[in-house]
Each structure stands twice: as C-alpha cells, then as structure tokens.
Ligand binder design. Structure first.
Ligand SMILES: Cc1cc2nc3c(=O)[nH]c(=O)nc-3n(C[C@H](O)[C@H](O)[C@H](O)COP(=O)(O)OP(=O)(O)OC[C@H]3O[C@@H](n4cnc5c(N)ncnc54)[C@H](O)[C@@H]3O)c2cc1C
Length: 417
C-alpha cells in the first residue's frame, strides 16, 4: 500500500478494514504497533507503521447534525468532500477547507492542515470534540468544553494518541463565495503590501514559481461579508484573468473550482480543486513552511533569491495566510502565519535538496514545516520547534503508555526522555 503521491510504501505487516468500532478496539488492543491511515495524502511517513495499519473507510458512516449547538459529528474516516456536500444540504458550512477536498477529516486535522485566510485558522480549529480508541482498546472522549488542555494537545496529534473514530466540528450557516484570479501581480507589491493583498478577501492565495517577478493572486470573496465584486481590473498592477486558471500555469483549469466571479457554495469555491474530480494518485510532491506573518516580506525575498535554483523543479508555489490557534502541535500555534507551500515535480532526490535550500532560509525566520509534507529538518529539531512538545510527550505517555501508536516518525520528532 502506498500513499497518494506514491513516494511512500507503507511498512505495515497487516492492513485492517474494521466494520465496527468494537472491531477497531479489538485490532488496536491486539496490535504491538498500530497506526490509522486516513486518505493517505501525506507525503512523509507520518501515517506509517511497521505493525498493523488500520483503514476506517468501512466503518458504518455517521453524520449527525446538531442544529441547536451548530455542530456536526462524523466518523473517523470521513472525507471533506462528503462532509461538505451533506452540510450544504443542511444549509450549513465549515469556515474553511484545504486546496483539495478529498482528504479525510481526521487525517487532515492530525497534521495541522489549513487553507488560506487572515481570519481563518487551520481546519483542526473547527473540532470541538474527539472520540479516540487508545492502545488499551478503550474509548476516550476529549472535548474543548470538558478537557480543554488535553484536547488542545490531541487534535493535531499526528495519529500518535489513538484511533480517532469520531469528531465533532463547529459549523455555521452556509455561505457563498465568488472567486477571481489576477495574473502578473508583481511580487514586490505582494511583499510590500502584504496586508493589503491578503486582507482583500475572506481567502487569498498567491501562486508563483519564483523564477519571474510576478504571481497569480486568487481572491475568494464571501458574498455576505466582503464586497463581492472584484477589487478592480488592474488591482495591484495585475490583470484580472479573463478565463479560468489552474494553479500550475498552462494546465487545464477543468478540474479547478469555478472562477470569473460566479458566486457558488462555499465548498465549491474555497478549495482550488473541484469535489467531483478525484485524483486517486498524484504526480507531485509537496513541502510547506509556516512562518510568523511578520516574516512575510523576508520570506518572499528569500524565495525570490532561490528562484533560479528551485524553479526548474517546481510545478507551482503558493503563499497563504493562517490565523493563530492554541493547538499544541499546530504550526500556527500562538502566531498568525504566512505559509510558503511548494508543489514539486516527482523527483525525490532533487526535491530533497531544494527543500533543504528553502529550509536553510525560512527556518531561521521562525518557520515550522507542515507535518504532512516533505521536510529535511531533523525530526527531533522539528519537534523542538513546539513549546508544548514536552506536554505532548506526557499526553502520549498517558493515553498510550505502551507506545503502540508511536511510529518511527513520531518517535524521532518527540523522542522518549
Ligand atoms: C493534492 C494535495 C493537496 C493538499 N492540500 C493541502 C492544503 O491545501 N493545505 C494543507 O495544509 N495540506 C494540504 N495537503 C496535505 C494534507 O492535507 C495532509 O497530508 C493531510 O494529513 C492529509 O490527510 P489524510 O487523511 O490523507 O491523512 P494521512 O496522510 O492518511 O494521515 C495523516 C496523519 O493522520 C493520522 N490519522 C489519519 N486518520 C486518523 C484517524 N482516524 N485516527 C488517528 N489518526 C489518524 C495518520 O496516522 C497520520 O499520522 C495536501 C495534500 C495533497 C496530496
């Protein structure tokens, strides 16, 4: 079994597809080493195990909306595509989504997955309660209301605390979004006017390959909040696109969410890719570093200086913003962030070198690598970037005293003391 990108072959000796929560309890309790894999979209070994790998896609599906409390409770293996479609049918929405909606809710939250938006936190911040099966086979409920401290440590949990079989998320009334793309916005304008660019709409992304001097800026405006017309034809010295675009220049936009300002439901505009297009495998690799937002101009300058070295390997690179949260292992823990993402050609060795070059520039600016993507930083040094790392170690010890969920990735990032 491989991950979505095909660059990781899982080392598991057995794969299980339990059909009930009881069965998950039995598999987990009986396993020496165990890990749950979500939709397998991570680019590293965060979801790997040398023991038993559990896939939750055959668990009876559960989706319960509590309209009074404005929450939805879902099964561990559910993907955002399905959740978003159902919520929309109830007239409800999540505040944000990632660029691709086909990723699982539990797996995305476990790695601190995010979209873009000055006011929008990572996807895990929508979670208000978790139901875990710990390595003893017991069910443990953790909620922000009843157990705020352990909860904040558990949501972005790298799959290291137990099998998440249920999540409760906060929802809001459904809303509409209109999306425009601006071509050829000078990178100077983005660096100098960072707040103006990223404050222009509910969700803003800028795509570039760092070889030239410009970026394409994708502006996603809420029709009920932002002024839902485009910011002006020549906004930021760019050009309003007159046809749909793909984040990778020259690729057909037919798999991308609708643009040209046509309003549509939140889940069909916030991701860049359409829910009805399901890429089962990817011809790409990804890396991403989240830095304190104030470092944006320096980060842009550093990436531009690397442009000639990295551009030949890049399919595209995306700048996004993420609001601070309080989840211990979230790369946005305690600080608003600018995120510098790279989508690479699938050339592992060359990409590793390029990622190391980027890290040498961006980590000293306060960068933290995305847990689900490629990074070259020593795992222990990555773990050390989190001030609540010691608390996370203690949480792992208390919920998983026999270290069954502690795979090599987690053990390297948070070694036992
Ligand atoms: C095309 C593409 C686009 C992407 N876009 C974005 C983006 O816009 N923003 C962003 O931040 N990231 C993005 N990512 C990265 C992606 O969101 C993360 O890798 C995310 O973790 C994927 O979710 P998954 O369900 O595939 O997780 P997996 O890779 O399957 O697992 C990730 C972690 O979650 C754990 N886990 C999964 N399910 C459970 C469970 N039920 N119980 C306990 N642990 C569990 C695993 O053990 C592992 O530790 C993208 C990836 C791809 C391939």
């Amino acid at each position: 079994m491989r991950n979505w990108a095909g660059n990781i072959v899982f080392g598991a000796t057995r794969i299980h597809r339990p059909r009930s929560v009881d069965e998950v309890c039995q598999v987990v309790a009986a396993a020496d080493q165990v890990k749950v894999v979500g939709s397998g979209h991570s680019f590293n070994r965060v979801a790997d195990t040398v023991g038993d790998l559990v896939v939750l896609d055959e668990l009876p599906r559960r989706l319960e909306v509590d309209a009074d409390r404005r929450t939805v409770t879902v099964t561990g293996g559910m993907r955002y595509t399905e959740l978003a479609r159902e919520l929309q049918a109830y007239g409800l929405a999540l505040p944000n989504l990632a660029s691709l909606p086909h990723i699982s809710v539990a797996g995305s939250c476990a790695t601190g997955t995010h979209g873009s938006g000055n006011q929008l936190q990572g996807l895990a911040s929508a979670v208000s309660a978790l139901r875990l099966i710990t390595s003893s086979g017991e069910l443990v409920d953790l909620s922000r209301a009843d157990d705020p401290d352990r909860f904040a440590g558990a949501v972005v949990g790298l799959g290291a605390l137990g099998a998440v079989v249920g999540l409760t998320l906060a929802v809001e009334p459904a809303f509409e979004v209109a999306q425009w793309v601006y071509d050829d916005v000078p990178l100077d304008r983005i660096a100098d006017g960072f707040d103006e660019v990223f404050g222009a709409a509910y969700s803003v992304s800028a795509f570039t390959n760092w070889a030239g001097d410009t970026a394409s800026v994708w502006v996603k405006r809420r029709t009920d909040r932002d002024d839902a017309v485009h910011p002006g034809r020549g906004w930021l010295d760019g050009r309003l696109a007159d046809a749909p675009r793909h984040p990778v220049p020259g690729m057909s936009p037919r798999h991308c969410t609708e643009q040209l300002g046509r309003p549509g439901p939140w889940h069909e505009r916030l991701p860049h890719f359409r829910p009805d297009f399901t890429p089962s495998a990817g011809e790409e690799l990804q890396s991403e570093i989240l830095l304190p937002r104030e470092a944006a101009p320096e980060a842009v300058a550093a990436m531009r200086a690397l442009g000639p070295d990295i551009a030949p390997l890049l399919l595209t690179s995306e700048i996004r913003t993420v609001a601070a949260d309080d989840l211990w292992l979230s790369p946005a823990y305690g600080r608003d962030c600018v995120a510098v993402h790279c989508t690479w050609r699938p050339l592992t060795d060359e990409v590793r070198q390029a990622v190391a070059l980027i890290e040498a520039e961006l980590l000293p600016l306060g960068g933290r690598p995305h847990w689900g993507k490629l990074f070259e930083l020593r795992p222990e040094a990555a773990g050390a970037l989190y001030e609540r790392g010691e608390d996370f170690r203690r949480l792992m010890k208390s919920l998983d005293p026999r270290s069954a969920f502690r795979n090599a990735f987690v053990a390297a990032a948070f070694p036992e003391r």
